[in-house]
Ligand binder design. Structure first.
Ligand code: NAD
Length: 348
């Protein structure tokens, strides 16, 4: 395994490998960039097949957080952590205590929050051992998922307006992959606006709930990409847009919450070539972290929501720029994020 020459290294400031013998913790904290402020990003617990897979994931996710915070105009840098393990089997209080100890030792350069496999309850265990946590119920802005879902909903509206020329989601067909924390809230927003939903999940009970609550149709997990929908909304795991799924994709728009939706950067180019409008993942799924940035004693939900709603305008700007410059939206988003990042460093 290489670190500095790793294909996803991208000038990371700090990569910390954490091991605690007593609890069995094996984790990696990646701090990509702190130019705008301390790095903020969730902690993912996942049974990675090997350490290189865990390192690749944390490096990609942490860079995404730098770009996400810059585009959302937040006073944070980008960081992320991963715990190597099965969240259903390997969790313990001792494990999260040890993780919190490592976060504390970073002196505030990394602020930890929840992510796939790490719940609010887990973050609250860590809160007793480090002050560098976000998104908790006590003193925090709470579960970020509803805000993430609201941002994705606003992003879908922006994409539909740009690509289909419609201001309303009435009758728009959305195929939602993954009905977890974000996907289920998103279905609520879409259903209320009169969108037609086709959904899937690997958990049959999540599908039954969505069928009942949102009048959704369902398909098997491997058929969701092939649904003849207006919008494909990936809200499960990453790398869903790859060489296999691309030729099967029928939707005119890809817009969902999952991180790292493109298996490789070239898949963003491929989407553009096929005329599919892609809402870059780190732009559309920034609602949770935007909400967290408002937390504190003066937290006002309405202000946080107004900030999340700006995702609509940011995406419209990215779509216009991509069209004007003849580049994929993924590249237009990266360019805008780097401009915002560099403008801060120039002023600092
Ligand atoms: P979650 O774990 O609550 O939900 C994921 C859902 O996807 C689960 O119901 C799971 O059963 C389902 N799933 C897994 N594999 C699947 C497959 N192959 N096909 C269909 N369904 C599958 O996670 P979440 O918090 O809802 O997050 C969803 C995605 O959004 C993740 O990629 C996460 O990184 C990203 N994201 C979440 C937030 C947040 O605030 N929660 C913020 C930014 C990005």
């Amino acid at each position: 395994m290489t670190i500095f020459a790793h294909r996803e290294f991208d000038g990371h400031e700090e990569v910390v490998f954490c091991h605690d013998k007593t609890s069995g913790l094996k984790a990696i904290v990646a701090i990509h960039n702190t130019r705008r402020g301390p790095s903020l990003g969730g902690c993912r617990m996942w049974p990675y097949a090997n350490e290189d897979e865990a390192l690749t994931d944390v490096l990609r996710l942490s860079k995404g957080m730098t770009y996400k915070s810059a585009l959302a105009d937040l006073p944070y840098g980008g960081g992320k952590s991963v715990i190597i393990g099965d969240s259903h089997r390997d969790k313990s209080d001792a494990l999260f205590r040890a993780m919190a100890g490592f976060v504390e030792s970073l002196g505030g350069r990394y602020i930890i929050a929840e992510d796939v496999g790490v719940t609010q309850a887990d973050v609250e265990i860590m809160q007793h051992h480090t002050g560098h946590v976000a998104g908790t119920r006590s003193g925090g802005a709470g579960d970020p998922s509803p805000s993430t879902a609201y941002g994705v909903y606003m992003g879908i509206k922006a994409a539909v307006a740009h690509r289909l020329g419609k201001d309303s989601l009435q009758g728009i067909h959305v195929a939602v992959q993954g009905l977890g924390q974000v996907g289920s809230h998103l279905c609520g927003y879409l259903h209320r606006d009169g969108a037609r939903l086709t959904v899937t999940d690997i958990d049959p009970s999540a599908i039954s709930r969505a069928e009942a609550a949102f009048e959704a149709q369902s398909v098997s997990p491997d058929a969701i990409v092939t649904v003849q929908a207006d919008v494909f909304a990936p809200c499960a795991l990453g790398a869903v847009i790859d060489d296999d799924s691309l030729p099967q994709l029928k939707a005119a728009i890809v817009a969902g919450s999952a991180n790292n939706q493109l298996a490789e950067a070239r898949h963003g180019v491929e989407l553009a070539k096929r005329g599919v409008l892609y809402a870059p993942d780190y732009v559309i799924n920034a609602g949770g972290v935007i909400n967290i940035s408002h937390e504190g004693p003066g937290y006002k939900k309405s202000e946080a929501e107004r900030h999340v709603a700006r995702i609509y305008e940011t995406l419209r700007e990215i779509f216009r720029r991509a069209e004007a410059e003849g580049i994929p939206t993924s590249q237009a988003a990266d360019a805008l994020a780097l401009e915002r990042l560099n403008s801060v460093s120039a002023a600092a």
